[in-house]
Design a protein around this ligand. Structure first.
Ligand code: NAD
Length: 331
């Protein structure tokens, strides 16, 4: 029997997973990462133990759990692009849904009964009101969002019917980078605003397209809840602690409770970069909603967690990372 217990982090070589792995390790926890490296990066993992493979590989998952004495899991591994999910839905059903179900089965066979799942605020679709609460209707508007909603439901049943304890964390817009500048978001496939702003600021792309300036928001541009990736990492640590103590509500929002518009993000980035960032206005992107940010009461009450980093922290750390790694980990 292994003497120490450890946390299995699927997708831990990716953006959010690598920040979480690092924090959990710094907190003195044993961790082991399982990642195909399809989109993850070995460098992002540093010296932490990495098993290269798929969450759907039953023998590998069971063996990893036994070898490392895994007693809880943070399950990040998934594909994450909304547009791509509409073009290649089968890939998303297979990896995000079937992969998660296979993982659950292997974990249960290995006797591992606690799991924190990476869900997304996209499960709400277009919410009827903001800030959006966890009890709002679940109305996915993409295959990607539907995969998250489906796994949430599987986890909820599993928790209800067995000794399994799971929680789904519904992230708002993960952004920023580690303050030491060593890990961050690779922007080659990124579609989120902050890496796109950084690309434009560093002359690595055409001017930023501000898609829509006629929304019913304070300056006409879309409003989103940007949560620093290190705050997200801390939310996972809190969720693991609370799960060890007992049950949690099935799903919890992980946001800041504040929304910022595209132009506000742009202005913050211009302050940090000390330069004007080339941008132009373009028509709305089909399917984009005007404004969404999360109600944070449940995360404060149930997880005893709240975001502590500001929009300025987000853009400052993102800027530092992208200036230092314009070609990602390979640069
Ligand atoms: N980035 C965001 O703003 C955001 C918002 C809401 C939810 N999420 C969710 O959070 C999770 C992590 O997102 P991220 O931004 O770090 O993405 P990412 O692509 O950087 O990381 C995902 C990692 O999972 C790995 N992976 C994918 N399928 C795998 C499989 N079958 N087996 C093993 N490894 C596999 C990839 O190689 C990658 O390293 C995802 O589930 C995503 O849907 C992200």
């Amino acid at each position: 029997m292994p003497v120490t217990m450890s946390i299995l982090i699927t997708g831990g070589a990716g953006y959010i997973g690598s920040h979480t792995a690092r924090l959990l390790h710094e907190q003195g926890r044993e961790v082991v990462i399982l990642d195909t490296l399809e989109y993850g990066h070995r460098t992002a993992v540093g010296d932490l133990p990495l098993v290269v493979g798929d969450v759907a590989n039953d023998a590998l998952v069971r063996d990893t759990c036994a070898r490392f004495g895994v007693d809880a899991v943070v399950h990040f591994a998934a594909y994450k692009f909304v547009g791509e999910s509409m073009e290649q839905p089968e890939r998303y059903w297979a990896n995000n849904v079937a992969g998660s179900i296979a993982l659950l089965r292997s974990l249960r066979a290995a006797g591992v009964e606690r799991l924190v799942f990476s869900s997304s605020c996209s499960v709400y679709g277009t919410p009827e009101s903001v800030p959006v609460r966890e009890g709002a209707a679940i109305r996915p508007e993409s295959v990607y969002a539907e995969t998250k909603a489906m796994v949430e439901r599987v986890l909820r049943w599993e928790t209800e019917l067995t000794d399994f304890r799971g929680v789904s964390l519904r992230y708002f817009n993960a952004s920023g980078a580690h303050p030491d500048g060593a890990i961050g978001e690779v922007w080659d496939r990124a579609q989120n605003l902050i890496p796109l702003v950084m690309k434009a600021a560093l002359g690595r792309s055409a001017p930023l397209q501000v898609r829509g300036d006629d929304y019913p928001t304070r300056d006409g541009t879309g409003v989103r809840d940007y949560v620093h990736v290190c705050d997200l990492a801390a939310a996972h640590a809190a969720a693991l602690d609370r799960l060890a103590e007992g049950e949690l509500p099935p799903a919890v929002n992980i946001g800041t409770g504040t929304g910022y518009s595209v132009l506000e993000v742009l202005a913050a980035a211009e302050r940090v970069a000390g330069r004007e960032i080339p941008h132009e206005f373009a028509p709305r992107r089909p399917g984009d909603i005007a404004a969404v940010w999360g109600d944070t009461s449940l995360s404060v009450k149930a997880l005893r967690w709240r975001a502590t980093r500001s929009l300025d922290d987000i853009v400052a750390t993102a800027w530092q990372w992208h200036v230092g790694h314009p070609d990602g980990y390979d640069g």
